[in-house]
Design a protein around this ligand. Structure first.
Ligand SMILES: *[C@@H]1O[C@H](CO)[C@@H](O)[C@H](O)[C@H]1NC(C)=O
Ligand SMILES: *[C@@H]1O[C@H](CO)[C@@H](O)[C@H](O)[C@H]1NC(C)=O
Ligand SMILES: *[C@@H]1O[C@H](CO)[C@@H](O)[C@H](O)[C@H]1NC(C)=O
Length: 210
């Protein structure tokens, strides 16, 4: 028992060191979201907290960061209720679609533009939880044209070539079969008196001449 004491202590310490992080706020966000320009996309951010959300103390900010060391621009904040920051870069394209009392502070970005690409930060505090929750989403905007057209063309070309080849092969097989059958019938008709084995022998040279 005494020999195992250090081990137990180490284990206990490790367990204790885990506790604070699991007691603080955990923010869940997708790391990367791909959105088509012109489409609407939900940037979801949910959190877990040991305490019920109290509107008087709860605090939330969403910020946008256009590049790695750009300053973050706040566009959503919370003061008893969620409201968009005045003159934010997105204008009326942002719509809050979460529900803080259900630990959801997601929002939807409408009519996604190429310039919307960047990092979106979700900050939440929920006193008396002392930790400040933070989630970061990287939004990538894609234009539907290049990837889709490429794959469609590839599929069409593939299907066409594949279909064409299949038809050609099928036709060849049918033609060959029909010919062979005809030949065999002719052969058997002509040489009814001959034995079956010889018919096959005559059929093969016919194929060779094609
Ligand atoms: C998406 O972006 C491309 C390139 O900028 C543009 O041509 C296209 O019109 C855009 N589509 C929408 C729906 O905004
Ligand atoms: C961002 O970082 C780059 C290189 O790390 C630097 O050259 C540039 O000045 C920085 N910009 C700002 C606004 O800090
Ligand atoms: C949100 O921004 C306000 C003002 O800058 C700040 O006082 C507050 O602490 C922020 N809240 C969070 C959760 O980051």
């Amino acid at each position: 028992m005494i020999r195992e004491a250090p081990l137990l202590l180490a284990l206990l310490c490790r367990l204790l060191s885990l506790v604070p992080s699991s007691m603080g706020m955990e923010v869940m966000v997708p790391a990367t979201i791909y959105a088509l320009n012109g489409s609407s996309v939900q940037l979801s951010c949910t959190f877990s907290s040991c305490y019920q959300v109290e509107k008087k103390q709860f605090s939330l900010n969403w910020t946008y960061q256009g590049c790695r060391n750009c300053t973050e621009e706040k566009f959503f904040q919370f003061n008893q209720k969620i409201f968009p920051v005045e003159n934010n870069r997105f204008g009326s394209r942002i719509e809050f679609t979460g529900n803080p009392t259900k630990n959801d502070v997601s929002f939807t970005l409408h009519d996604v533009q190429l310039e919307d690409e960047g990092a979106y930060h979700c900050y939440v505090t929920n006193p008396p939880d002392r930790h400040k929750g933070h989630g970061r989403i990287s939004l990538k905007v894609i234009t539907e044209e290049p990837p889709e057209r490429d794959s469609t063309v590839a599929v069409i070309v593939g299907a066409t070539v594949g279909g064409f080849l299949a038809v050609v092969i099928l036709v060849l097989v049918i033609v060959k079969c029909v010919r062979r059958k005809k030949q065999q019938r002719l052969n058997t008709d002509d040489q009814k008196t001959e034995e079956e084995g010889k018919t096959d022998g005559e059929g093969n040279p016919e194929d060779g001449t094609k």
